[in-house]
Design a protein around this ligand. Structure first.
Ligand code: FAD
Ligand code: NAP
Length: 309
């Protein structure tokens, strides 16, 4: 019987493991289907992790985290989890091989991933001008021109964020109306350096060896194509929340989730199910930053100890 099972070994899961084991829990296992470290290991340039003055890659940033947790007794099971369920106060974790593990408390920290837009050049220039994170990469385009693709709340909020840093932000949306909440759109309308390119599809992200140089857009009304010169392209067309392990036999989620599938938690990372915690990018209102995921993980680890007491 595990005291605490952690599903997902990114910044949230690893930090929860550190706090739970260092706080005295004996049987703590982290289930991670790949190498521990999480999605930040895909990043080539991080300059916003506190105390980390030199720009580092994600792999470098995360290298020592697993070793630090293991020192305090965190066990790592290289397994993908397929299901988390709860019966009579005990959780069952089922892995891809069909093995089951019982646990008194559980953290889900499997994260969420940005959806690709399926635009030519998107993959080729990812990390070389194409980004899915304005907080992470906006500063690299200080006083430069960028494009934002998408018309939902995320796209508009991030365009407003980028407008504080960048010279011009072109918001390219495939319809003539935004999906985002009207008050966000109103805020955007007041900003002179945001240019709205409505009713246009993005046909291609253009670039060369130096990275992105522009985007080719096509009017849905006239069919006319034009190139907008930008050095950065931010894509916000929705996210896939990795919550499938919470889906039960009856098709319902084990705990409450919002309309986007993000896990609803309180300030202690407690879900609607006692003993089940959620941390990092999978939870509601996550700022989707390493430092925030780590903070959530620390909270969840501390709260798991309190729950078991
Ligand atoms: P994740 O890091 O997504 O970790 C979740 C882990 O769960 C993964 O390792 C995954 O393999 C595992 N997992 C998923 N499903 C299962 C399963 N069923 N069973 C077992 N394991 C599973 N943030 C910053 O602060 N600064 C930056 O500069 C920055 N740049 C970024 C650049 C890129 C390219 C990307 C992709 C992200 C960037 N971020 C940045 C965001 C940051 O990476 C995330 O906010 C952070 O990693 C979230 O941590 P997490 O632990 O919640 O989830
Ligand atoms: P979203 O609401 O699903 O919006 C995605 C946007 O991307 C839509 O405008 C969509 O266009 C466009 N899009 C989708 N696929 C595309 C493609 N292949 N190419 C070009 N454009 C594409 O996603 P989101 O903005 O990430 O928001 C997700 C959820 O979180 C929503 O419920 C949102 O309200 C919520 N959210 C809330 C807040 C807040 O309340 N402050 C902030 C952020 C997010 P169409 O409109 O034509 O479909």
């Amino acid at each position: 019987m595990l005291d605490f099972a952690i599903v997902g070994g990114g910044p949230a899961g690893l930090t929860a493991g550190l706090y739970a084991t260092r706080g005295g829990l004996k049987n703590v296992t982290m289930f991670e289907k790949g190498m521990p470290g999480g999605q930040i290991t895909q990043s080539s340039e991080i300059e916003n992790y506190p105390g980390q003055i030199e720009v580092v890659t994600g792999l470098d940033l995360m290298e020592k985290w697993p070793e630090q947790c293991q020192r305090f007794g965190l066990k790592h099971d290289f397994a993908g989890v397929t299901n988390i369920s709860k019966k009579d106060e005990i959780f069952t974790i089922t892995t891809e091989s069909g093995d089951t593990h019982e646990a008194k408390s559980v953290l889900i920290a499997t994260g969420s991933l940005p959806k690709p837009a399926g635009i030519k050049g998107e993959e080729e220039f990812f990390g070389k001008g194409v980004s899915t994170c304005a907080t992470c990469d906006g500063f690299f385009y200080k006083d430069k021109d960028v494009a934002v693709i998408g018309g939902g709340d995320t796209a508009i909020e991030e365009a407003i964020f980028l407008a504080n840093i960048c010279k011009t932000v072109y918001v390219i949306h495939r319809r003539d109306e935004f999906r985002a909440a009207p008050h966000e759109v109103e805020k955007m309308n007041k900003l002179d350096n945001i240019i709205q390119v409505l009713n246009h599809t993005t046909e291609e992200i253009l670039g060369d060896a130096s990275g992105v140089t522009g985007v080719k857009v096509k009017s849905k009304v006239t069919g006319e194509e034009k190139t907008i010169d930008v050095l950065g392209t931010f894509i916000f067309v929705g996210r896939n929340v990795l919550n499938e392990t919470l889906v039960q036999e009856d098709g319902n989620f084990l705990c409450d989730v919002n309309e986007s599938g993000e896990v609803i938690v309180d300030l202690n990372m407690k879900t609607s199910v006692p003993g089940l915690f959620a941390a990092g990018d999978i939870r509601i209102n996550a700022p989707k930053q390493v430092v925030c995921a780590a903070g959530d993980g620390a909270t969840a680890g501390i709260q798991a100890i309190a729950y078991l007491q």
